[in-house]
Design a binder for this molecule. Structure first.
Ligand code: E4P
Length: 276
């Protein structure tokens, strides 16, 4: 499974890259806001075009998702083309992030505008990451329209399930992939029992129909969710730096390091010194 960093902060992307395990970057308007706010706080002015160039160069040729902000097909297509035209020559790694359904409410008539835009942009060879996926059927339509990646928001599914059932939670809390039972029945959003279940249902469907669109498990907030996304068949996990940095933690690894270090005999450390 590939690991992307979910961040628009250059220093975080640099740090994740220095670990040698980074396969790509995802951004969204909220992550850009966070980066801009912290630069402002540090008294720095931001030139957004230079800043995006910096992100693209820091990602060293690995894919970087840049999100459109339009909410109708024509605007999304125009923004997608403009972003790709302006920035792809920098490091040949721009992916355009398009919401699966840009409508704000059920009586809005723009439901299919994301899908139409994905179809038009993909047909021109522009790689698309279809975002805000909360159902397998949204993923099917995004793949059908030509998306290179679909992004199921696993953590936000778990937030929603906990919220509708009145469970108190912290953003990073683990939610069981098999779901939770309340009263007689399992808590579900129309048959999706957890964020990881959503990833798994999409993976099953894509495998059954040999769909090549990659599953980019998003909104993952803890290491166990990352493991379960891999087990469910996600091609990619996009993670905040804080989650990447907990992936190697285990108390027995720390304990083993301490006992091995305590047991080093001078003959062995001396030999290593000589060899270096
Ligand atoms: C994915 O591309 C999104 O940027 C992201 O994973 C959302 O995560 P959040 O739900 O923790 O904000």
């Amino acid at each position: 499974m590939k690991i992307f960093i979910d961040s628009a902060t250059v220093s975080e992307i640099k740090k994740a890259d220095s670990y040698g395990i980074l396969d790509g970057v995802t951004t969204n308007p909220s992550l850009i806001k966070r980066a801009v706010d912290s630069l402002k706080k540090a008294g720095k002015n931001i030139d957004m075009q230079r800043y995006i160039e910096d992100i693209l160069k820091t990602a060293k040729g690995t894919p970087v998702s840049l999100e459109v902000i339009g909410a109708d097909a024509d605007t999304i297509i125009a923004e997608g083309k403009a972003l790709f035209r302006r920035f792809n020559s920098i490091a040949n790694n721009v992916v355009i992030k398009v919401p699966v359904n840009p409508a704000f409410k059920a009586d809005d008539t723009t439901h299919f505008d994301g899908i139409k835009a994905i179809k038009a942009l993909s047909a021109q060879g522009i790689p698309i990451n279809c975002t805000l996926i909360f159902t397998p059927e949204q993923a099917i339509l995004a793949a059908k329209a030509g998306a290179m990646y679909v992004s199921p928001f696993a953590g936000r599914v778990d937030d929603d399930l906990r919220k509708i059932s009145g469970i108190e939670f912290d953003k990073a809390d683990y939610y069981p992939s098999e779901g939770m039972v309340r009263g007689e029945s399992i808590i579900s959003d129309n048959g999706v029992v957890s964020g990881i279940d959503l990833v798994s249902q999409i993976a099953h469907i894509f495998a059954a129909y040999d769909i090549k669109t990659e599953i980019l498990a998003a909104s993952l907030r803890n290491p166990r969710q990352v493991r379960e996304a891999a087990f469910a068949g996600a091609d990619i996990a996009t993670l905040p730096l804080s989650v990447i940095e907990t992936l190697l933690h285990h108390h027995k690894t720390f304990e083993g390091m301490k006992s091995f270090t305590d047991d080093i005999v001078p003959a062995y450390s001396g030999m290593l010194k000589e060899l270096r």
